[in-house]
Design a protein around this ligand. Structure first.
Ligand code: HEM
Ligand SMILES: *[C@@H]1O[C@H](CO)[C@@H](O)[C@H](O)[C@H]1NC(C)=O
Ligand SMILES: *[C@@H]1O[C@H](CO)[C@@H](O)[C@H](O)[C@H]1NC(C)=O
Length: 503
């Protein structure tokens, strides 16, 4: 017995030692090419990876300062070879073909989408042109609905009384955005159905946390542990139960339309465009429900977190409210806020763009996974399986791109548009190497025109109807955000005080 256990210990030490040495050799070789920030040795790098979970932004700033914009590596808990490229490589990252530096492989691997939503969502991305083209083209026509839902949901979520009322900002804005997006995704009355709204909102968190747990689970065990790890299947089923009658009814009408019947009040919403574009198995009600939830996943938290960040900036600096009001009032049409009015709101646009620049939602952007060995133009080797990324510390907040890069200057982009021949540029929806909040190039966010209209309309309505300020905070100071690995989440519990506008 004694003998057996010491033999086992011996074997374990030997195997461990060999693994350590082989990894050490590999890491050392990589380190000679691209230096690591923090401990690069195996096991020790775990410490760096743990630190990254909580202090990503500080570590990336440090890397930027230490290497002066040259590439460096960071340790991640599971992915050891994570290269933060130099800003000069941005163009290559956005341009490289999908089979070399892959966008989908990152989504697939980080979120473990095959386990939760099924692999169809990454192999057949027919929803992207629906969003990029059909949604964007319809925004003018749909703006009245968007505005109607914004008025309704804001009245529902934020009391307009004469006394200051504290409101948990992120919760309220999450509801408002979910209802407004819901109105465009599948229309009334679904967008006000509280059970469905709960699913639309919670789905994202559940996919992300399930993905995290799955990524630590060895592949053969995944099907076994799946029922214990994730509620995603149950959520899809519940959403399907609610949507099925509508989907089948619409399918019925589509069939009749094919045979020449008129469909006068054909819905004009994302679900219908998806149904029109879907082929083969994607036409099944369950597949359509998954696609619907995927659109919720991409649109609701991204937009509401951006809105919360901007609201914190505004509530912490009430002196910015008057210029925004002035601008909104100066462009208001007689018939309220139209899409055309939205395009004239340069200060509101600039305010959101500056919020994205300073606060942002991620401290690693344009992340791609190398599917084969690849060498960037500056000589950085990206071995197959490695991740390569860029950080806003080196662009959004770098002196090379902006004057006074660390100052929050809400009218920065509006001023740039006053220059001759620049009026159409520097908008929030125009990605550039200096502004990557919506990505860049081939995979740039297809929903950004919709997001921009939604953000600007909500803010315009809020400043016109309400006064607001922050509870117990010093002027100019926003409630501290939370950092989870490379994700920046605006403070989830902070309250903003609202009252009916006085002046
Ligand atoms: C303020 C809100 C939003 C932000 C900050 C945001 C940001 C982003 C970013 C950074 C990417 C990835 C770009 C890359 O890595 O190259 C992306 C992709 C995407 N976004 Fe957005 N987004 C927002 C709103 C929306 C909305 C409202 C929708 C849908 C209506 C949407 C749908 C998508 C989709 C489907 C993709 C994947 C694109 C692809 O696979 O090529 N997003 N978004
Ligand atoms: C959604 O999440 C919230 C907060 O975590 C929870 O209170 C609520 O019950 C959840 N709803 C559903 C339908 O899962
Ligand atoms: C959120 O802000 C409040 C102040 O409003 C603060 O007490 C709390 O610690 C912040 N949360 C985080 C995660 O920093």
């Amino acid at each position: 017995m004694q003998y057996e256990s010491s033999a086992l210990l011996y074997v374990a030490l030997l195997v461990g030692g060999i693994l350590f040495l082989s990894r050490w050799a590999k890491e050392r070789k990589l380190n000679a090419i691209t230096p690591a920030i923090g401990p690069w040795m195996p096991i020790l790098s775990c410490w760096g990876a743990l630190k990254f979970l909580f202090r990503a932004q500080a570590i990336l700033e440090e890397g930027y300062v230490e290497y002066g914009g040259r590439p460096y590596r960071i340790a991640m808990l599971y992915e050891w070879h994570y290269i933060v490229s130099s800003p000069e490589a941005i163009d290559e990252l956005q341009r490289a073909p999908e089979d070399v530096l892959s966008f989908m492989a990152v989504a697939e691997e980080n979120l473990q989408l095959a386990e939760t939503l099924g692999s169809a969502v990454t192999t057949n991305t027919y929803h992207i042109p629906v969003l990029r083209t059909t949604l964007t083209r319809n925004l003018r026509k749909l703006h009245e609905d968007i505005y109607d839902e914004i008025c309704n949901s804001i009245a529902h979520c934020i009391p307009a009384t004469d006394d200051w009322t504290p409101v948990v900002a992120l919760d309220a804005l999450l509801q408002i955005v979910a209802r407004t997006s819901g109105r465009i995704i599948l229309g009334l009355p679904f967008c006000r159905n509280t059970e469905l709204l709960d699913i639309m909102i919670n789905f994202t968190t559940d996919v992300v946390t399930s993905g995290l747990v799955f990524s630590f689970t060895p592949s053969p065990l995944k099907p076994l542990v799946k029922p214990f790890i994730t509620k995603v299947d149950k959520m899809i089923d519940r959403a399907l139960a609610m949507l099925r009658p509508t989907i089948e009814q619409r399918q019925n009408m589509m069939e009749k339309q094919k045979h020449g019947e008129e469909w006068a009040d054909k819905p004009n919403d994302i679900l219908q465009w998806l149904m029109d574009a879907a082929e083969g198995e994607e036409r099944e009600p369950r597949a359509l429900t998954v696609r619907f939830l995927l659109v919720c996943f991409a649109s609701i938290h991204t937009t509401s977190m951006t809105l919360t960040q901007a609201l914190y900036r505004l509530a912490a600096n009430p002196e910015y409210i008057a210029p925004l009001r002035e601008e909104v009032e100066s462009v208001l049409d007689q018939d309220g806020l139209s899409k055309a009015t939205m395009e004239k709101l340069r200060k509101v646009d600039s305010f959101f763009k500056e919020t994205q620049r300073i606060d942002g939602l991620g401290c690693l952007l344009l992340t791609r996974k190398a599917l084969r060995d690849y060498t960037l133009a500056d000589g950085t080797r990206v071995p197959a399986g490695c991740y390569v990324s860029t950080t806003p510390s080196a662009t959004h907040r770098a002196r090379a791109c902006y004057d006074a890069p660390h100052a929050f200057d809400p009218w920065r982009f509006a001023r740039m548009r006053e220059e001759p021949a620049q009026s159409g540029r520097h908008q929030i929806v125009t990605p550039s190497a200096e502004h990557l909040a919506f990505g860049l190039g081939h995979h740039s966010c297809p929903g950004r025109y919709f997001a921009a209209v939604e953000l600007k309309t909500i803010m315009a309505h809020l400043v016109m109807k309400y006064d607001f300020r922050l509870e117990n905070l010093k002027l100019g100071e926003i409630p501290p955000p939370m950092h989870i690995s490379n994700i920046v989440v605006p403070n989830r519990t902070a309250k903003v005080l609202f009252r009916k506008r006085k002046d």
